[in-house]
Design a protein around this ligand. Structure first.
Ligand code: SF4
Length: 282
């Protein structure tokens, strides 16, 4: 019998690019002219179709992501409309919103419209953040995570590894995550792009696996989700992430980079004798 269950989550990049912030790891910043698709909002039909497809590919989580630093009234209205439409058609998908800094009231509104979780990453340690972003501060990110909990949504938070941070930064970020105790931790690995000012070498696979194990050891009650940079970092050793402590992955494409085909991931998981979760709660 498989001893472990893997949760699959899919991402929908509802709006893309044109963000005025300067996060040096992000191709959606208007400052760096990266070669990505830019659009304001996908249509509700397109979003619902992506949700149906995600469920077909056995995803139990579906994340509605928007570019930009935070939530505006119009963005809130659109995400609420999208969440309700998805929930109506695919009722067994856990809907996660990821729309930047947001107030408790805005999050409560999302909840009323079918959103169960909110993703907001710390991205790095408090100490390292000023090296990767100068247009807003880390504390705002932390506060948004607190707001998620106050609004009664499940918190999904994490960060990006491989941005040139040192061991102390990693320990510090994980300590902050521990304080927040998210339901799910998103572990991303930096994926370079020639347009970005941040230049960092790909992490060694053993080092990246060690990071997963460390996060798991510190946050044993949280789900450990490997998100962006999985294929880029682990290449043909992706299967090792589960033994290291991961029990969730993002399937399909990421925000601005391509992921492996979901069929390939499902095959990998099955070949390891692992189960794929039928719902977000197991
Ligand atoms: S605020 Fe978000 S979308 Fe904007 S540059 Fe930073 S990470 Fe990218």
């Amino acid at each position: 019998m498989p001893e472990k269950t893997v949760f699959l989550c899919a991402i929908c990049n509802v709006s893309s690019g044109s963000c005025s912030e300067d996060c040096s790891f992000c191709t959606q910043s208007v400052k760096y002219s990266a070669d990505i698709k830019r659009y304001r909002y996908k249509s509700i039909d397109e979003i619902v179709n992506e949700a149906l497809n995600a469920r077909k590919n056995r995803a139990v989580g579906f994340c509605l992501v928007t570019s930009g630093k935070g939530m505006s009234d119009s963005k809130l209205e659109f995400i609420c409309e999208a969440a309700s439409a998805v929930k109506k058609r695919v009722s067994d998908l856990n809907i996660i919103a990821c729309n930047g800094t947001a107030t408790v009231e805005q999050m409560k509104e999302l909840k009323k419209n079918g959103v169960s979780s909110y993703n907001h990453n710390l991205e790095s340690s408090k100490e390292y953040y000023e090296k990767i972003c100068t247009t807003h501060d880390w504390q705002e990110r932390y506060q948004t995570c607190l707001n998620v909990k106050e609004a009664g949504l499940d918190l999904c938070s994490g960060g990006i590894f491989g941005m040139g941070e040192d061991e102390a930064d990693r320990v510090s970020m994980v300590k902050s995550l521990k304080e927040l105790s998210p339901v799910s931790i998103a572990i991303n690995f930096f994926h370079p792009n020639p347009a970005l000012p941040l230049e960092a070498k790909r992490l060694d696979i053993d080092e990246a696996l060690k990071i997963i194990s460390y996060v798991k050891s510190q946050l044993s009650n949280s789900m450990i989700m490997i998100a962006g940079g999985r294929e880029y970092t682990f290449k043909d050793r992706q299967y090792e992430i589960f033994a290291a402590g991961a029990n969730s992955i993002v399937i399909g494409n990421y925000l601005t980079t391509k992921g492996d085909k979901p069929d390939k991931d499902i095959l990998m998981i099955k070949s390891l004798g692992l189960d794929i979760a039928g719902s977000c709660h197991g």
